[in-house]
Ligand binder design. Structure first.
Ligand SMILES: [Zn+2]
Length: 232
């Protein structure tokens, strides 16, 4: 039952599509070839208002990587090419393949973390020298399993809050190393590292723990907090 929430979260993660479609890229290429000179990002954005800005940025990165555009400062120039649309479409397909591979790797990681098979145990079993213990607690698999458990526990707690509020997950606040933050049960600590999915927090006792951004709240810096607004 713990895993259900986790599955939902992971599925959501897989569903986030960062890549623009072939049709979007074709539209962008059209907009770029409409003018004879270079175009600024802002004018391009205005020319394709239906395309989310993030996807427009990714599309430009794709076109840039495929050497189909040239960027100088804020000016974007489409490089003349008879097969421009075909080459742009090919660039999109390459990105999709890459995204597919990313998802596969991530899926394999999750499956692996869940299997929780201790490497040492597997090795000793293989040599018919089965120990009395199931987990060594030190190999990468045991570490991953512990991490998966900790994340599952956090998600379960979070699920309760979610149900009460009945709102979609808020976008994770951006934390930076050195930020003073607080988490339930563990109290205050300092952010040591941040990725899209995790915040590593160092606590005063020296321990380092990993949290999902949604469970971390920012604490005021040493400044005194402003007085509460008086109720009118
Ligand atoms: Zn182990």
């Amino acid at each position: 039952m713990i895993h259900e929430e986790k599955d939902k979260r992971i599925q959501q993660f897989f569903l986030i599509n960062r890549y623009p479609s072939e049709a979007m890229v074709a539209q962008i290429v059209d907009a770029l070839s409409a003018g004879s000179a270079a175009i600024t990002f802002e004018s391009l954005r205005a020319a394709v208002p239906d395309i989310p800005v993030r996807k427009l940025q990714v599309a430009l990165k794709m076109l840039d990587d495929a050497k189909l555009i040239k960027r100088k400062g804020s000016a974007i120039t489409l490089l003349a090419d008879a097969d421009i649309q075909a080459r742009a479409a090919e660039a999109v397909r390459q990105y999709e393949l890459r995204a597919e591979r990313d998802r596969e790797i991530l899926g394999a990681m999750v499956a692996y973390a869940r299997s929780g098979q201790c490497r040492w145990r597997m090795l000793l079993d293989y040599f018919d020298d089965s120990p009395t213990w199931e987990h060594c607690d030190h190999c990468d698999s045991c570490e991953l399993a512990k991490e998966a458990e900790a994340l599952a526990e956090q998600m379960e707690q979070h699920a309760v809050i979610q149900t009460e509020a009945d709102t979609p997950a808020p976008t994770a606040p951006a934390f930076r190393p050195g930020d003073r933050v607080g988490v339930r049960r563990y109290g205050a600590g300092l952010v040591e590292a941040v990725t899209r999915e995790r915040v590593d927090i160092r606590f005063p006792d020296g321990s380092l723990r990993r949290f999902l951004p949604n469970y971390v709240r920012r604490l005021q810096h040493q400044r005194t907090t402003p007085p509460e607004k008086q109720a009118a």
